[in-house]
Design a protein around this ligand. Sequence first.
Ligand code: UDP
Length: 239
Amino acid sequence: MSELTRGELLNEGKAKKIYATSDADKVIFYFKDDATAFNAQKKGSINSKGILNNRISARFFKLLKEKDISSHYLETLSDREMLVRKVEIIPCETVVRNIVTGSLAKRLGRPDGEEISRPLVEFYYKDDALGDPLITDDHAVVFGWATQEELDELRRQALAVNDVLRPFMLERGIILVDFKLEFGRTSDGTILLADEICPDTCRFWDAKTRKKLDKDRFRQDLGEVEDAYHEIAERVGAE
Ligand code: UDP
């Protein structure tokens, strides 16, 4: 696979650049250190974040594969580069929550840290200009972002990811509080887990101390941001 060459820049997001390759079905993710929060109103950089997120995401995708959950992950190419299958991203971000915090606590006036009886799944419309609003299944279907069958599949796969990652993290002394997933369609229409799974997109709390070990340290100016990403990489065996 090493003869594969990096082609034109297809897209530059907040945390990653995506490059074409000589194979039309594969793209390269380049993980940056740039960090944004609150719909890019807060901007900064976290030293080595790109390297750590590349490693942590690969670790999770490999773990999921062992548990029969496929993803776009193909191969780690370098410190900051990951080879993935090219998919058409479904514009419905899928959030799974095990504990109430963040926007959910605020929106519904629930106490931060509230335990819930089962995981909650939510969809957000992926649109920066609108600030990724919460949507219902009906919005996604009526506006043509996904079919009901696809949404059912996103829900099923997102809960399956939670069933793997939650105990895996707890065995390592970390509570998986919530996380955001993105899914895409392959050329034959199969729904495939995509994007990244890392401290930018998950909330991780230390099980003993409840210390935040994720991007909330950046969002809330809590300090020791880089240390938190290192800590997660170390505890999941990604470095
Ligand atoms: N999340 C994300 N990207 C977003 C919004 C949220 O990765 O654009 C993740 C976030 O890190 C958390 C989960 O999704 O793990 C739920 O976030 P929430 O809706 O509470 O939003 P926030 O409080 O971060 O605005």
